[in-house]
Design a protein around this ligand. Structure first.
Ligand code: GDP
Length: 291
């Protein structure tokens, strides 16, 4: 127990120093807290050979409802290839440390999550010592969604609406810094979670359904703009209604590739936190490569 305690104390202390960070966002119930718990307790898993997905975390941290985002300090080997199950301290591997910051998924608290993305005001939360301070470098954003919930009813529109706001915030961040050097681009991983459930949509369908829905939302939100006669040829860059158009301005269909125009890379990868599914290794790898 002592080495574990020591590790805990050491990691807690250094959490106050400036570390690169990765932000977890997504609707309530998507599995953000479960994922944070899995990554945090990885080194404590019973046996490295055991399939991680076959055992749920010992006692999952319940979804937090407080306003302050929860965060854990994690480490990945300097080449980015270690597993979240590896205990890097025990093996003496040189590690890159980073913060994984959870955010509330509840609609009323989402502006808190989005406040992390504004370069001018990285956080409005005075309570959290973990907030991405101006010095802390946001290296990536993981949008966790429930791929099983996308298949029914309101799941897709509700999830896509939040994703639209997140991507738009990143787009504004990239294009808003006129004259000055734009802040470093933040890549986005869309983690299609719960693929252990047979009702879940596979990652490719999650991607195409989201693109279609984001396109619909874009049309709806810009209706006033299009009706007012502002066309694709008009210069709407800068302040104005055109700012709320996601992706390539005036294009008919939305695709994630359009975000590259703003230097924002978007990737959809399927996985699972609990149950007998593909696991979370590919998400961890994505994160590790960006730290
Ligand atoms: P959050 O609101 O995004 O933090 O979501 P939680 O982490 O609290 O997860 C919501 C529920 O989904 C919990 O009951 C989790 O056990 C469950 N859950 C999370 N990940 C998975 C998964 O990969 N598969 C299944 N079947 N359930 C999951």
């Amino acid at each position: 127990l002592f080495p574990i305690l020591l590790h805990f104390l050491v990691t807690q202390k250094s959490a106050y120093t400036t570390l690169p960070s990765v932000l977890l966002v997504g609707p309530s119930g998507a599995g953000k807290t479960a994922l944070l718990t899995l990554f945090e307790r990885g080194p404590l898993a019973p046996a490295p050979s055991e399939k991680p997905t076959s055992t749920a975390p010992a006692s999952p941290t319940p979804t937090h409802t407080s306003q302050a985002p929860a965060a854990v300090e994690l480490a990945v080997s300097s080449d980015g290839t270690s597993s979240f199950r590896d205990d890097l301290d025990a093996t003496g591997t040189t590690a890159k440390r980073f913060l994984l910051i959870d955010t509330p998924g509840h609609a009323k608290l989402r502006r808190l999550a989005l406040s992390h993305l504004s370069p001018a005001k990285p956080s409005t939360s005075p309570t959290s010592s973990y907030s991405a301070t101006p010095k802390s470098k946001l290296k990536g954003l993981v949008f966790v969604l429930d791929a099983a919930a996308l298949a029914d009813g309101d799941g897709l529109p509700a999830t896509a609406a939040y994703l639209y706001d997140v991507l738009l915030a990143l787009q504004k961040r990239a294009s808003g810094a006129k004259g000055s050097k734009p802040p470093p681009a933040i890549p986005v991983l869309i983690a299609a979670n719960k693929l252990d459930l047979f009702t879940a949509l596979p990652a490719a369908l999650v991607k195409s359904n989201l693109e279609a829905e984001l396109g619909r939302i874009r049309k709806t939100r810009s209706r006033g703009l299009l009706d007012s006669g502002v066309g694709a040829d008009d210069d709407v860059a800068g302040a104005g209604e055109g700012d709320d158009w996601l992706g390539e301005y005036g294009s008919d269909k939305f695709s994630f590739k359009q975000m590259l125009e703003f230097d924002i890379e978007v990737e959809v990868i399927g996985g699972s936190v609990v149950g007998d599914g593909p696991g979370a290794d590919r998400w961890w790898k994505w994160i590790g490569q960006r730290i």
